[in-house]
Ligand binder design. Structure first.
Ligand code: ZN
Length: 280
C-alpha cells in the first residue's frame, strides 16, 4: 500500500454536516406540550416478551411505549395506516437527525412522501446523552434482528427475532398471509436500545440498556399510523439476541387522545413537494 505524502493533510480536512437541519421545519413543541397536558388514554396493548403486537394511532393522537417489569428494548415499525407503501425510513431519519433520536426529533417516511410520521414528545431517557463509548439510546442504526442474518452467522432456525415477530403481528392484525406481510417489515426505531459504533473498527455495538420499568418514549402521530412493536429476544441487549437465552419482558403501548381544541392550529404534514418529473 502506498501512502500519499499529503495523507495527514487529507485526513485533517474538517467534516461538513451532510444535512444541516436549520431549514427543516421544526415541530411546535409548545403546542404539543399543551396538547399532551389534555390527553386521555383511549387504548392499550401489551406486547408479550419475544413477540410483537400491532396497534393503530389516529393522526393527532399520541402513543407511548413503556418499560414494564424489567429492562427490555423494542423494535418499532410504523406505516401510513391508509397506505402501507409509506413507511418509516430509518436511513433518512438517521441522515437528518443522527444515529439516535429523542424529544423534538421526528420519524420520517419513505419516498416519495418523505414527511414526518411521528414526533417524539417525551423521552424519560433523555438524560442519558452520549456515554464514553459513544453509545446512546433509541437508535436508527440497527436494522432489526432477523432469522436470515442469524442463519448466515450461526446456522439454525430461530423464529422469534424481531423481524419474524413483526411479520406475525402485521399478518394477524391485517388478516393476511405471513408471506404477504413480510415484505412490509422494515428497518426499525430501536426503542430503549443502547448502541453505537466502536471507535477502532467502526462496528455496530450494543450494551445493557439503561431503561428501567416506568421509563417511557412518547410520540405524536403526524398522520394516521399503523404501528407494530416487537419486544426483542435480546431483552436489555446486554449479551445476545436471536435466541431464548436473554431475560425478556413485555412492553406496554398506550394511545392517548388530546383535547381537539389544543390542536386547532395543527394540520397533518402534506407529502413532499418534489414534482417527481426527474427531468423527464
Ligand atoms: Zn430484536
Amino acid at each position: 500500500m502506498t501512502i500519499p505524502s499529503d495523507a495527514d493533510a487529507r485526513r485533517a480536512v474538517p467534516p461538513v454536516i451532510c444535512y444541516p437541519v436549520e431549514t427543516l421545519p421544526a415541530p411546535d413543541m409548545a403546542m404539543l406540550d399543551a396538547a399532551r397536558a389534555t390527553m386521555t388514554k383511549t387504548d392499550e396493548v401489551i406486547v408479550p416478551a419475544r413477540d410483537a403486537a400491532a396497534f393503530g394511532v389516529p393522526a393527532g393522537h399520541f402513543f407511548s411505549i413503556t418499560s414494564v417489569e424489567g429492562s427490555q428494548v423494542g423494535d418499532l415499525n410504523l406505516w401510513n395506516a391508509n397506505d402501507l407503501s409509506e413507511r418509516f425510513y430509518s436511513g433518512k431519519t438517521r441522515a437528518l437527525h443522527g444515529t439516535h433520536i429523542t424529544r423534538g426529533q421526528q420519524m420520517w417516511s419513505s419516498f416519495p412522501a418523505l414527511r414526518p410520521m411521528a414526533t417524539i414528545t417525551h423521552d424519560s431517557l433523555g438524560w442519558y446523552g452520549k456515554d464514553t463509548f459513544g453509545g446512546s439510546v433509541h437508535d436508527v442504526i440497527g436494522t432489526r434482528c432477523d432469522p436470515y442474518t442469524h442463519n448466515l452467522l450461526s446456522g439454525g432456525q430461530y423464529h422469534h427475532c424481531c423481524h419474524s415477530n413483526l411479520t406475525r403481528a402485521l399478518a394477524n392484525h391485517l388478516g393476511i398471509a405471513l408471506a404477504d406481510a413480510e415484505p412490509h417489515i422494515h428497518d426499525v426505531l430501536n426503542v430503549f436500545m443502547c448502541t453505537g459504533f466502536t471507535r477502532d473498527t467502526g462496528q455496530y455495538f450494543m450494551k445493557a440498556s439503561p431503561v428501567r420499568p416506568g421509563d417511557k418514549l412518547e410520540f405524536f402521530a403526524e398522520i394516521d399510523l399503523l404501528g407494530a412493536l416487537s419486544a426483542c429476544p435480546g431483552g436489555d441487549c446486554s449479551t445476545v439476541h436471536s435466541s431464548d437465552e436473554a431475560q425478556c419482558y413485555p412492553l406496554l403501548v398506550e394511545v392517548f387522545a388530546p383535547d381537539p381544541e389544543a390542536l386547532q392550529n395543527w394540520t397533518p404534514p402534506p407529502p413532499n413537494g418534489y414534482d417527481k418529473s426527474h427531468d423527464a
